[in-house]
Design a protein around this ligand. Structure first.
Ligand code: NAD
Ligand code: IPM
Ligand code: MN
Length: 350
């Protein structure tokens, strides 16, 4: 049985609650003899920031580099309205580890979960560029707080950055035997930054003659995601659009409580997290759905090459939903911990 070193940052709000359930599931994977884990918890989050002024120290980032994987819960606390700590911990990890792929699957695990009429199957993947775009943090204020104030936020699109995420999407499609990749931008309005996306998509796409190339402006894309979501297999897009599209994707698959993501730089340490935030109104109430976090752990197992363990965990989540042994948001009546227990029992008895 292979062992893996995992770094865990539960974060804020419901982050630690759902992370606890995901870690319980890894313990069950170990008890089932599938893979072993040495978990190190890190205290970073709003509490730690407010107590110490520290967000994510350089040493922690160096430690992350030496691990097999990092797992994060969620960040966001009303006491830190500017999200300063999350910018360093979450975006800092994505940027400084150069995790340029934000891989967000949209998979319908049960037909009752899709809010659209007549949709019984959905399985597509969004690749969100994860290290630049409007998230690069370039910009500033001039005449701050005066009636003449100017605020700028630069949209950074580099050829290298655009090319590597587009190539990753095509490689994924080829490996999975998929037929189509859709790139979404707003190049009709953003004539510099997104024209680069259009040109690079054509250039890289030419290397994949076996794969159909589609393009949709992002406004048309969200419209089609609601009208005909089954037409999509792989979507590749910039950081900001990817953020927005994947909350819509989460809704299509049953809600934010079910959506998982992987932040990757192939060949290097990766970071896994649910798509949802810290949901302050649910904190400490044992109502948050842990399945998104558990599916993020499932993505981690798959990425580590532990395919049997990844399959068992996915089966367990499907069974939790099918039998309604899940939280209220997805049609059950269990709490966070009891939902985790159900998945744990399934995995232990596999
Ligand atoms: P959110 O994802 O925290 O919650 C939005 C709504 O989605 C909730 O009110 C709830 O109805 C539902 N939801 C989310 N997670 C759920 C779960 N596990 N189970 C059941 N229902 C769930 O988004 P928000 O309210 O916009 O943001 C709250 C805070 O989280 C903000 O500070 C925001 O910046 C932050 N945030 C952090 C991350 C992250 O750390 N990855 C992601 C998104 C938002
Ligand atoms: C996400 C979140 C983050 C993002 C926030 C918390 C900065 O919404 O992971 O989807 O925008 O990337
Ligand atoms: Mn988001």
């Amino acid at each position: 049985m292979k062992r893996y070193r995992i770094g865990v940052v539960g974060g804020d709000g419901i982050g630690p609650e759902v992370t606890r359930e995901a870690m319980k599931v890894l313990e069950a994977v170990e008890a089932a003899g599938l893979a072993g884990f040495d978990v190190k918890e890190f205290p970073y989050g709003a509490d730690h920031y407010l107590e110490t002024g520290e967000t994510l120290p350089d040493e922690a980032l160096e430690e992350f580099r030496a691990l097999d994987s990092v797992f994060m819960g969620a960040f966001g606390d009303p006491r830190v309205p500017d999200m300063r700590h999350a910018a360093d911990i979450l975006l800092g990890t994505r940027f400084r580890l150069d995790l340029y792929v934000n891989h967000r699957p949209v998979k319908l695990l049960h037909e009752r979960l899709c809010p659209l009429k007549g949709v019984s199957a959905l399985d597509f993947t969004v690749f969100r560029e994860n290290t630049e775009g409007l998230y690069a943090g370039m910009g500033g204020n001039f005449k701050l707080g005066t009636p003449d104030e100017i605020a700028t936020q630069e949209d950074i699109n580099t050829r290298k950055g655009v090319e590597r995420i587009i190539r990753h999407a095509f490689e994924f499609a080829r490996k999975r035997g998929l037929e189509r990749v859709c790139m979404s931008d707003k190049s009709n309005a953003l004539r510099y930054g997104h024209d680069l996306w259009t040109r690079v998509f054509a250039e890289v796409g030419a290397e994949y003659p076996d794969i159909e190339k589609d393009h949709l402006y992002v406004d048309a894309l969200v419209m089609q995601l609601v009208r005909k979501p089954h037409m999509f297999q792989v979507i590749v897009t910039c950081n900001m659009f990817g953020d927005i599209i994947t909350d819509l994707g989460a809704a299509l698959q049953g809600g934010l409580g079910l959506a998982a993501s992987a932040n990757l730089h192939p060949g290097e340490v990766a970071m896994f997290e649910p798509v949802h935030g810290s949901a302050p109104k649910y904190t400490g109430k044992d109502v948050a759905n842990p399945l998104g976090a558990i599916l993020a752990a499932q993505m981690m197992l798959a990425e580590l090459g532990e395919t049997s363990a990844a399959k068992v965990v996915e089966d367990a989540v499907r069974e939790s939903i099918r039998t309604r042994k899940c939280t209220r948001d997805v049609g059950g009546s269990l709490g966070t911990a009891a939902t985790g227990d159900f998945v744990v029992d399934y995995v232990r008895n596999c």
